[in-house]
Ligand binder design. Sequence first.
Ligand code: SF4
Ligand code: SF4
Length: 260
Amino acid sequence: MRHEKTPLPMIAVHSLTGCAGELLVILENLDKLLPYVQVVSFPFAQSKNEMRPVDIAFVEGSVSQTHDLEKLQQIRNNCRWLVAVGNCAVWGCVQAGCAKTSPQEMLKAAYGQDINFDALPATAIDKYVPVDVKLSGCPINATQFLSVTASLLKDHLPYITKKPVCLECKLRENGCVLIEKDLPCLGPVTAGGCGALCPTFGAACYGCWGPSEDPQMEAMSVILEEKGYAMDEVLGRLSAFGAPKELFSRSSNFQNRKSE
Ligand code: SF4
Ligand code: SF4
């Protein structure tokens, strides 16, 4: 009797507007996945690509142009699991953080006054389509990416920690740079996942994983103020990675209440 081989699950890796950092992380780890998946589309890494139904589609980058949106809708219609990879896809990141500048002004600043193409205000992809898994990071962490993929290949939604960086920092038995060196570490309000990379090397966390679950901005603001930092300046770093505006109004409401 002829033995039919079971087809491998199919994946696609797509890019919208981003720096391609996530694509590099995925590419570097692709050899670990290749025994278990068939890569149907990955324009960054291969020349033969198809838009067809797949089990998992990974999307990096924010929606910043009309063709990003059209592509995203096509991808959503063609996948079972949609995974937003990286802070641009999950939060909007740097391009979304420039909320005071219009997309057209940004284009002209970068490409000159004569430029004219279709730009949208940069946003996370879940503004437009349902997203099954959000994997933040700038760029993502390879271990997290592989474990998310392994879960989805087994038909389970993965667990992704939203606990703060401080938890990972303590697990590594790092000295606290906020307490011991008075550095403006945003670990208490930033989602873990990086393994507390920066504090492990004695530097303050600047929030590149985006906000943790229910970040205590009011408490953070008190601590930073006590250490002589301007809250706006420090939180500007979190907004650079696309943290939602309401978090900032929470801390400024607190500041206003204090001054009443
Ligand atoms: S160094 Fe930063 S991340 Fe680590 S425990 Fe202190 S505040 Fe938290
Ligand atoms: S800035 Fe914070 S979240 Fe980003 S890698 Fe460093 S410790 Fe991790």
